[in-house]
Ligand binder design. Structure first.
Ligand code: THU
Length: 131
């Protein structure tokens, strides 16, 4: 799958977002080296802090389906005019499994920019720190 196709999958996931509080649907698509793609959307909650972001939905789907390694890229799409970058909590959770992940931050029109997760979370705290 190309990066542009991964971004398109993220955009398509926005239709499943549950966003009665923010009205800001976000979609994500996480690609693995074996070709699998795990998708996610944000799911909000009346207890606002219980909301889960699209990226973490995709991450949890990957891990809970036995895919913990070989993540190559994640695409994230919001509806704003600006690129949709992952929040701090999502950066931290992604760093646990894939510090060198490519992050594709997309706009509603499908354009995107790429950064390494290690650029978005420099000097991140990960599992190696506990060894
Ligand atoms: N959100 C995501 O799903 N991913 C991000 O990277 C940024 C924020 C969600 C959380 C909440 O449902 C809404 O966007 C507004 O913050």
């Amino acid at each position: 799958m190309t990066d542009q196709e991964l971004v398109q999958k993220a955009i398509e996931m926005q239709k499943f977002s549950y966003v009665p509080y923010s009205q800001f649907p976000v979609g994500a698509a996480l690609m693995c080296e074996d070709g699998r793609v795990f998708t996610g959307c944000n799911v909000e909650n009346a207890a606002y802090g219980s909301t889960i972001c699209a990226e973490r939905t995709a991450l949890l789907k990957a891990v809970s389906e036995g895919c913990q390694e070989g993540w190559t890229a994640i695409a994230i799409a919001g509806t704003g005019t600006d690129y949709c970058w992952p929040c701090g909590a999502c950066r931290q959770m992604l760093y646990e499994f894939a510090p060198n992940l490519r992050v594709l931050a997309a706009r509603a029109d499908g354009s995107f920019v790429e950064r390494k997760l290690s650029q978005l979370l420099p000097n991140g705290f990960g599992p190696q720190a506990l060894k």
